[in-house]
Design a binder for this molecule. Structure first.
Ligand SMILES: *Cc1c(COP(=O)(O)O)cnc(C)c1O
Length: 373
């Protein structure tokens, strides 16, 4: 049985063509429709998507921007983070989180991650100084951080909260959606994200009228709703064509999430007995609803496991070159984060995408079991 599975099925880490093939006809119609109208920039498809995205996340506004990194930069600027300010983030995140802080002229201040792979909330307060103006937690792997203590701390120390929710559209904490806890939260539509487009794209969520207005101007050359230039701005618009595609895919988003959670359940149910592995929490644990952007395990003999899977045509990923942000020496963000470093040295992402079949998932499971036998 195992040998048969092993020989036949290929399991890519992420199947990029399948996200197009799955809805090829519908997507072709959208392309045809939008391009025939010549509706390329800031047209009704974008407004429609923004409205639906805000509605989906139960917040007042969503604003489409060029990518998830610009989303962070625009959110930080609109919130008033200035050069020289210190902004706290978790070192176990994509480098873009820290880069956004850097590019508004502020100083990225890393914090250790906890056993849930998210910012260790017990370690935040000790890095807060008189220069700290914001905390920017990453809602990593499609899961929310422990938001109550973070929000309490922001209130107590009068700090802004900006969420990097690039990976967490639809994830909730005590029923509240990722990206809606603070001044703003950002989403990425990079193709492999839970809601991916066919190129780069991003969005910012906010409930704050003033933030929305500033971000609206910042993403389009400082122009207000009348087209008048009222501030300095960027060109960071979400393409109307991508917005039309995203609006269509948003209608199917709950189904994508359901499939991801189902895959996570299969991994959990079948791998939780292996003592050499630490798995993420199961889909329904505690106060959180996870959308499983990634299935990140900690594995003993991680590199050997990865090679073994690769030899058997299963793709996995060691993310971010196997480093946390403070470990990229040229970025000059140093710090002593033993937990994060140990964790990332054992971290491996297993295949996780909605078009993954049960047969493929079981091939991964059988091989992992076989490796540790
Ligand atoms: C993907 C991602 C980003 C950046 O998004 P882009 O759209 O690629 O610019 C930022 N932070 C995290 C945690 C991400 O996963």
């Amino acid at each position: 049985m195992i040998t048969k599975l092993k020989s036949k099925i290929n399991v890519p880490f992420f199947d990029y063509p399948s996200v197009f093939k799955e809805y090829e006809n519908e997507l072709a119609c959208i392309f045809n429709d939008v391009c025939s109208k010549g509706a390329y920039i800031l047209q009704e498809e974008l407004s429609s998507f923004e409205k639906n995205l805000a509605h989906y996340s139960k917040c007042k506004y969503a604003l489409g921007v060029a990518n998830g990194t610009d989303a962070l930069i625009i959110a930080l600027r609109a919130a008033g983070v200035k050069p020289g300010d210190e902004v706290v983030f978790c070192t176990h995140t994509y480098v873009a989180t820290a880069a956004a802080i850097h590019f508004v002229g502020a100083i990225p201040i890393p914090v250790e991650c906890g056993s849930d792979h998210m910012i260790d909330v017990t370690k935040i307060e000790q890095v807060i100084t008189s220069k700290t103006t914001a905390i920017m937690p990453t809602q990593l792997n499609g899961r929310c951080c422990d938001m109550d203590p973070i929000m309490d701390l922001c209130k107590k120390r009068d700090l802004l909260l900006i969420e990097d929710a690039a990976q967490a559209l639809g994830a909730t904490y005590k029923g509240q959606y990722a990206g809606t806890f603070g001044a703003a939260g950002t989403i990425s539509f990079y193709p492999a994200k839970t809601l991916g487009c066919f190129g780069d794209g991003g969005a910012i969520l906010t409930n704050d009228d003033d933030m929305y207005q500033k971000m609206f101007e910042l993403r389009d050359h400082g122009r207000n709703q009348d087209g008048d230039v009222v501030s300095w701005g960027l060109n960071s618009r979400l393409d109307n064509l991508q917005a039309a595609i995203l609006d269509f895919k948003l209608n199917h988003y709950d189904e994508f999430v359901r499939k991801r959670r189902n895959i996570a359940s299969l991994y959990h149910g079948n791998l939780s007995g292996i003592k050499e592995l630490i798995l993420p929490p199961q889909p329904d644990e505690g106060d959180r609803f996870d959308v499983f952007q990634n299935y990140e395990i900690e594995a003993e003999r991680r590199d050997e496991l990865k090679d073994y899977l690769k030899q058997n045509n299963v793709g996995t990923i060691i993310q971010w070159a196997g480093k946390c942000v403070h470990q990229f020496e040229n970025l000059n963000i140093s710090g002593n984060f033993p937990f994060s470093e140990k964790m990332i040295s054992q971290s491996l992402l297993l295949p996780m995408f909605p078009t993954l079949t049960d047969e493929q998932v079981f091939k991964v499971i059988e091989l992992v079991k076989e490796f540790y036998q």
